[in-house]
Design a protein around this ligand. Sequence first.
Ligand SMILES: [Zn+2]
Length: 116
Amino acid sequence: MMKMLNTMDFITNLGGIKICDLHLSMYVNNEYDCACGEKHMFTYDSEIICQGAWKLVLECPVDNNYVTCVKLKTKFLGMGFSGFESIYGTRLVEDYENENSRIGFNYIIKKHIGEI
Ligand SMILES: [Zn+2]
């Protein structure tokens, strides 16, 4: 079972947030464990919310309330990609007064990446 955090801890643990600027070709067609409990294939169509320090924040393709932070594992000495390691997730809710509100989460992310 994946470690689930509230949205504030989720964001704090990313260690810096920016818009994803990775070349995705190295990462596509690799599976990752999603916070929804299923495995999904990472593709060019995967919804990348943002990028942290050697991490990606991915929206679940089945239930967009689930968001997963995946670490980009590298091979020895950082030579190449060796797969995703899901480290924690969060579950967004529509209630704006809840600490896991989608509105609050989106606002903080957009503020960090300079879209607000
Ligand atoms: Zn999922």
